[in-house]
Design a protein around this ligand. Structure first.
Ligand code: IVH
Length: 681
């Protein structure tokens, strides 16, 4: 008896301690997830910690705390950034599980709660984005509010108005209630996500780990014009209000679809648990073909009356549950950490792994983002680590298997000096990245700028790849991209190089000469000014018209340009104030590069007022040329198909998602020939 007592006290104490530390830990993860949009653990690990806390709290009711993360939803509120609005109905979360057994238990609980009645269950996809509440009055969108802390959310109406699939105004002929609320998920489709991350990679900005973070980060941007460029989409899944059109959830959604809301076609009413399991198994694989990320299935009792009968807990409705798909993950060893220096000096730690098969591909490396990420994982060399590819394309280390750590394992320590040139690294205020300051002489920065300069979308100099740039750099013939235009003076020496013949040298020099024809917008992009990606370069080129204007404009004048914010303006000013850059511009002018915009900005032409989406591959012009042709002829090139799209210019292998959507919306599909005819007229 005595023994028992003694041994149980420390255990009880441990559990109490564990409750406090779990609460603290989960609050930290909530903040990383909902506010910073940079989770440091996987969803699955988060759910596991939450479940552990729930179980412990149940065992220790004396430690009940209404502020515990088990009692409230994670908050996305950003103090000061947006006006905060109280929800008419609290915005709850969903209970979730990864186990089919628990789905069966939930179903049995529901049946018991309904006194043995077998309910209809609506099965839906669980979209992996960020939730939104939309208020309509007399058919007009009044407010769009994030979930916030469940009681109050951020008013992001102006940003939501940029999302094409959300109707601003319903057709007045339809019969909808005067007041209603509809909730759903704001998403970033894979295509837009890939494009955004590619742009961010080029700009050495931190990448978004997955479309969910990208969607919620975008929705909270201060500039709506920026949000508009992010290609967000939305699916709606919950209609609320006093005068709903139907008595079942399914019928309400189908009616909302007729009002013009985007409701998924994957919704199904099931009447047995076996049908539910079939639905889960079907979508577990089929979802990979969808254009948007999903992370599970949501089950909801169909009848609103039965929903009412079942009611809610503090945080979740009892009439619904989410089944979450297992993320694909693998366990492997961290062999070492290397550091990559980008063309703008960002130093990125990279995990070098023992090769492991994950979701059909061999993973050998994973980005570790920055020092904070490494610290949070508490990485040691030789650790066994979990690598995940949830929905993400880039494999990510989500967790260390601490039980497998050897006692003498060395902690990963971030270098103080640049691994490439030895300069002392620095961090900018409020940024997680380390930078190498030696932009003029640090080899990967110098070579990286040249690689960027010759890119197809920049100066389009064919035949100069990484290897050749390496050789040109080592020989000392090219130290800045301006030196490329003097390369002809080394013609004979070039021909004498390994793997370079007369012909390839001629081709290369011709391509360099030819690049002088590239338009101003491409030159502006090629210069590699921080923050100026391809799209921004185009817009700036059009507005500012010449490099002289750019070099002489004040920071205020720069900020007055459509897409330029204070950070970008400062980036431009810092760049052009560097003596080296001034000299390079002067030299490039002498070589005859295009430093003035010749493009005629037109809102007129045969395509005036038409929105055109490009899809597939073409034979007569490149995609970029088609984009330019659309704009030069007064049309607007848009990235995703919506009801407002007038044409799809389709090449070969048009994306199946676009095709399906186009057919559904009745958007006209035209081929290259027809398009070229159209602009000839
Ligand atoms: S229904 C009261 N349906 O999942 C029920 N939620 O983890 C409200 N979600 O906050 C939610 N797809 O952001 C519902 N088809 C779907 C969903 C869905 C994604 C999100 C939603 C919710 C979260 C809960």
């Amino acid at each position: 008896m005595q023994l028992d007592l003694f041994s149980s006290i420390p255990e009880q104490e441990d559990e109490k301690q564990r409750i406090f530390s779990l609460r603290e830990e989960l609050e930290r993860h909530n903040k990383n997830y909902y506010v910073n949009n940079q989770p440091t653990i996987s969803d699955q690990e988060f759910d596991r910690l939450m479940r552990e806390l729930q179980d412990l709290e149940q065992k220790h009711p004396e430690l009940y705390d209404p502020t515990s993360p088990t009692q409230h939803v994670g908050s996305d509120l950003q103090e000061g950034a947006f006006e905060q609005v109280t929800h008419q109905y609290p915005m709850l979360s969903l209970a979730n599980t990864y186990s089919e057994g628990e789905i069966r238990e939930w179903y049995d609980r529901v049946v018991r709660g309904l006194n043995g009645e077998q309910p209809e269950i609506v099965c839906e996809l669980k979209f992996d984005g960020t939730s939104i509440s939309l208020w309509y009055e007399n058919g007009i969108l009044q407010r769009a509010v994030t979930r916030g802390d469940g009681q109050r959310g951020d008013d992001v109406t102006r940003n939501v108005r940029t999302i094409k699939s959300i109707p601003q105004r319903l057709n007045p002929q339809l019969n909808y209630p005067n007041h209603f609320e509809i909730r759903g998920e704001i998403l970033m489709p894979w295509e837009a996500f890939d494009r955004l991350n590619k742009e961010r990679e080029e700009q050495e900005e931190p990448l978004f780990a997955n479309p969910r973070n990208a969607a919620s980060g975008s929705l909270k941007l201060q500039k709506s014009s920026e949000v508009a460029k992010r290609g967000l989409d939305a699916y709606l899944y919950y209609l609320l209000g006093e005068q709903l059109p139907a008595q079942t959830h399914f019928d309400n959604l189908q009616t909302a679809k007729q009002w013009g809301f985007q409701i998924s076609d994957a919704i199904k009413v099931c009447s047995t648990i076996d049908q539910i399991m079939d639905y889960i198994n079907f979508w577990n694989t089929e979802r990979k073909k969808l254009p948007v990320a999903t992370d599970g299935i949501v089950l909801k009792v169909n009848s609103l009356k039965q929903q009412q009968q079942l009611g809610f807990t503090a945080k979740t409705p009892k009439w619904a549950i989410a089944y979450k798909f297992q993320a694909e993950r693998a366990l492997t060893r961290l062999v070492s950490v290397t550091y990559q220096v980008g063309r703008m000096g960002t130093v990125t730690p990279v995990a070098e792994l023992e090769p492991v098969l994950l979701a059909g591909t061999i993973v050998k490396r994973a980005t570790l983002h920055n020092e904070d990420f490494v610290r949070q994982l508490d990485l040691h060399i030789g650790d066994m680590v979990y690598v995940e590819k949830g929905g993400e394309i880039i494999p990510k280390i989500t967790e260390v298997e601490l039980s497998a750590r050897s006692t003498d394992a060395q902690e990963v320590s971030f270098p103080e000096v640049c691994p490439e040139c030895g300069a002392k690294l620095f961090r900018r205020d409020g940024e997680a990245a380390h930078y190498c300051p030696n932009s003029e002489a640090c080899p990967p920065q110098v070579k990286g700028r040249i690689e960027h300069f010759v890119e197809r979308k920049a100066m389009n100099i064919d035949g100069i790849g990484t290897e050749i740039i390496d050789m040109l750099y080592k020989k000392g013939w090219v130290r800045t991209y301006a030196d490329l235009y003097e390369l002809h003076t080394h013609r004979q020496e070039l021909i004498a190089q390994d793997k370079m013949g007369e012909l390839s040298v001629s081709n290369m020099l011709n391509a360099i000469e030819q690049s002088k024809q590239q338009p101003f917008e491409a030159v502006l992009y090629a210069l590699g000014i921080p923050q100026i990606g391809e799209t921004t370069a185009k817009k700036i080129a059009r507005e500012i018209r010449s490099i002289d204007n750019l070099m002489n404009a004040s920071a205020e004048q720069l900020q007055a340009l459509e897409d330029v914010g204070p950070i970008m303006a400062q980036g431009i000013v810092d760049w052009r104030n560097k003596e080296q850059n001034k000299q390079i511009i002067e030299r490039l002018k002498q070589y005859g590069l295009n430093f003035e915009s010749t493009q005629i900005v037109t809102s007129d032409g045969p395509l005036k007022g038409l929105s055109i989406v490009i899809s597939g591959t073409f034979t007569q012009h490149s995609r970029d040329e088609y984009k330019a042709l659309i704009e030069q002829n007064g049309g607007k090139n848009v990235s995703s198909v919506s009801a407002k799209t007038d044409y799809i210019l389709a090449g070969e292998n048009m994306g199946p998602a676009k095709l399906e959507k186009a057919q559904k919306l009745g958007v006209k599909i035209i081929d290259e020939q027809t398009f070229l005819q159209l602009i000839k007229q």
